[in-house]
Design a protein around this ligand. Sequence first.
Ligand code: URA
Length: 295
Amino acid sequence: MPPEPHPDPLTTLAWLVESGADEAVQDTPVNRFVAPSPSRTSSPAPLTGEGNANARPARSHWEGGKPSSSTASGPTASGARPAPEAAANPSSDHIGRAMEVAAACTTLPELKATLESFEGSPLKRTATNTVFADGNPDARIMLIGEAPGRDEDRAGLPFVGRAGQLLDLMLASIGLSRTENAYITNVINWRPPGNRDPSPEEAAINLPFLRRHIELFDPGIIILLGAVSARHVLGKTEGIMRMRGKWSEYFVGARSVPAMPTLHPAYLLRRPIDKKLAWRDLQAIAAKARELKIL
Ligand code: URA
């Protein structure tokens, strides 16, 4: 049982922080996926692929994440707590704003700059850097991981830690490298504090940027690293062991792009025995890339 709130707010806050609280949430749950009211004046710009199964944010184990966004749940400027409906709007506004600003970008550098100046994600407040991408922007093979970890947050680049080193070896085994013919990004561009799973709202705010990122990069093949990436990009709900090694289609406008989920290198560091499965996937990816004359 938590102790009675201390009358001194600073002492109470110190107690809460000590107990591990790092987010402001309100007493009543808020459904942040409530559809924006039709009377809203600014409707989000449509995105290519929006409304098809590929583009829909998948529900995943990230759903277990804590609701967050103190913007949506904190006291208003007047100090009053917002009603649940009122609190739902700021979050959908962030998603709408993300869709608007992402759709307006016409180049990868523009998208990167837009992400860097976007203030609608609560994850940005605790992250050191925006982690956009690494690799050759003219490559035809795009890899999509989950979210930056501590090393990536510090460096501002995806996959630079131990998992990244293994990923580089995996890529090299089929003639790929980020300096030459591969390009790497993540579903989430800011490190979730303590490497926790991002909440569904946090993922939903990031997804318009990821979809635009895919459109602007225009890949010939997409490699999805791990279940979270596969679920969010493909809108599937199965486990990675069922999805891995199988080709799916991701639509960039009317163009179908082959997309293959495979095992995440961080998982392979924990379960090296499954490297043989990843090796099979890599062989299939290399064969497809040769067939498409992009390797
Ligand atoms: N894991 C990921 O999914 N992405 C990174 O950038 C690093 C580790």
